[in-house]
Design a protein around this ligand. Structure first.
Ligand code: SAM
Ligand code: SF4
Length: 340
């Protein structure tokens, strides 16, 4: 097992397959126009599969396809087929905004995808329009229904909770999750790249969410489990389980085994990192498998990142991570580029 400087293993790889998106969620892509990665830099599926295979040699066994919107990547099912054929990947998942999911759910399942997480911040079409700047809410709900019909055994629904935007919908989202057989996970609003309108007073903390949910349902009990998953899970009195990802107020850096590969092959060791390691160059310059492994191991061993904990320590000085100008100069700093 390859350990980093804080004894964290290399296990969990998030693969961004495109930086493009068909929504403009205000906490992620509040601008209409963006600087996109050059097309010629985007890794081919063969290059992605090769890199993932090298990562698997080093201990990675969980792979999540993300983006941007991963379903915008043409023929993404072909990549899933390649990854699904790799027996070392025991968990092959995708995070999607759901807009194109009803068209893809069957083919994704047939290609071998294990499970899907859909982002769903609101149940109200008008609110969705204000939040994501597109009138596509019905498509997302259709997408969610299609997941069960396609035979996926599990579904998670992720909601970023923002004060004054959707923080009055916690109970409704839980009820919806229950109805469609999904585990709902509430995500604290994070001050990541791209979140240029972030401010601490718009963050609804895990403690506050638990209080609101407790008032509606009665005692909410933590689920006792050993896990490196970002969500802490809780159970309602009637047995329904939901999660909270509290990266902003109670970060979990100490157990973080995640790293991120952008669609153009830059490898980031933390969501808050400003520098990545160029694996595209390694692949395209004809590096041998051993050379690639060497580069990855040497980089991981030096990893001491505790980005979310460092942000927490900033207390009152905390503000958006990067400003628009910097994001335009280096789009790799954007959440939608590095894969949330
Ligand atoms: N487009 C896909 C989607 O929305 O599911 C995948 C990429 S998106 C960047 C992955 C996740 O990051 C989504 O669940 C999204 O809600 C979350 N995200 C984006 N910006 C965020 C922020 N500022 N704070 C917390 N979560 C955020
Ligand atoms: Fe929204 Fe995901 Fe697109 Fe970001 S990448 S704008 S979170 S749908």
């Amino acid at each position: 097992m390859i350990l980093d400087a804080l004894a964290r293993p290399l296990r969990n790889l998030r693969l961004s397959v495109t930086d493009r998106c068909n929504l403009r969620c205000q906490y992620c892509m509040p601008e209409e126009e963006y600087v996109w990665l050059p097309r010629e830099d985007i890794l081919s599926f063969e290059e992605c599969a090769l890199l993932v295979d090298v990562f698997c040699d080093l201990g990675v066994d969980k792979v999540r396809l993300t983006g941007g919107e991963p379903l915008l990547r043409k023929g993404v099912e072909a990549l899933i087929r390649m990854l699904a054929a790799n027996p070392r990947i025991t968990d092959l998942a995708m995070t999607t905004n759901g807009v194109l999911l009803s068209e893809h759910a069957q083919t994704l399942r047939a290609a071998g995808l294990h499970r899907v997480t859909v982002s769903l911040d609101t149940l109200r079409a008008e609110r969705f329009k204000a939040l994501a700047k597109r009138e596509l809410h019905p498509r997302v709900l259709e997408g969610i229904e299609a997941v069960g019909q396609a035979g996926f055994p599990r579904l998670k629904l992720d909601a970023v909770v923002i004060r004054g935007t959707n923080d009055d919908e916690l109970g409704e989202l839980l009820e919806y999750g229950r109805r469609v057989g999904a585990e709902v996970r509430f995500i604290e609003y994070m001050d990541v790249g791209g979140a240029i309108h972030w401010s601490m007073d718009r963050v609804v903390s895990r403690a506050e969410m638990l209080e609101v949910i407790g008032r509606r349902y009665g005692a909410v009990v933590p689920v006792a489990e050993e896990s490196t998953a970002p969500a802490d899970r809780f159970v309602l009195p009637d047995g329904y389980v939901f999660g909270i990802i509290s990266s902003t107020t109670q970060p979990f850096c100490r157990a973080c085994d995640r790293s991120r590969l952008t669609a153009d092959g830059l490898w980031y060791l933390c969501l808050y990192a400003t520098q990545g390691t160029d694996l595209r160059r390694a692949v395209r310059s004809g590096a041998t498998r051993e050379e690639m492994k060497h580069l990855i191991v040497a980089t991981w061993r030096q990893r001491a990142a505790r980005g979310a904990e460092e942000r927490l320590a900033m207390a009152d000085r905390r503000a958006p991570l990067v400003q628009v100008g910097e994001l335009k100069r280096d789009p790799h700093l954007e959440m939608h580029t590095r894969g949330g």
